[in-house]
Ligand binder design. Structure first.
Ligand code: ZN
Ligand code: ZN
Length: 170
């Protein structure tokens, strides 16, 4: 869902240039996505709260964080059409509210929907210590632990060396 993808992008790009944020929001059909530097700044504390959902250790903790985000964002879904037979779709905050408010409501809703769908444990931070990249695991078995093949390989090499050292010490 778009809200989850925007949340992932924001957590991994906490201080974006305004045009970069605009481009991402536009790619997910967010209304009037033109972001200003002030809105980017306004979203920074929000981004830290989004990260907490990915880093929480249990689904119950993730759900607690996401629920608090729904309240903080004053998320209230509405069905909106933009006229002339265009399809109805959810808006999570009124079209007229600020872009930062709409992004907050959208990202809170995205993470909450994912948890509601039973995908809470798929909201993860990379398993390589010090990486910090978060992702929504869309793999079939839901067992992806790393953000990238690069991180997975680094951890495998480190573990391999540790095993060799232990074997040599025997
Ligand atoms: Zn719309
Ligand atoms: Zn990583």
């Amino acid at each position: 869902m778009a809200g989850t993808r925007v949340a992932v992008w924001l957590v991994n790009n906490p201080s974006p240039e305004a045009p970069a944020l605009t481009a991402v929001l536009r790619s997910y059909d967010v209304h009037e996505p033109a972001a200003t530097a002030a809105e980017v700044r306004a979203l920074r504390p929000w981004t830290r709260r989004l990260r907490e959902v990915f880093e929480a250790g249990t689904v119950a903790e993730k759900a607690g964080c996401a629920d608090a985000l729904l309240i903080a964002a004053d998320c209230r879904p509405r069905l909106v059409s933009h006229g002339n037979g265009l399809p109805f779709h959810f808006h999570y905050a009124p079209v007229r509210s600020s872009l930062a408010s709409r992004v907050k409501a959208l990202t809170a809703a995205g993470l909450a929907h994912m948890i509601d769908d039973g995908g809470g444990e798929r909201l993860r931070a990379c398993g390589r210590a010090g990486c910090g990249i978060v992702f929504a695991d869309t793999s079939r078995n839901g067992r992806r632990r790393f953000c990238s093949v690069r991180c997975a390989n680094q951890v495998n090499v480190t573990n391999h060396r540790l095993r060799q050292r232990r074997a040599a010490a025997r």
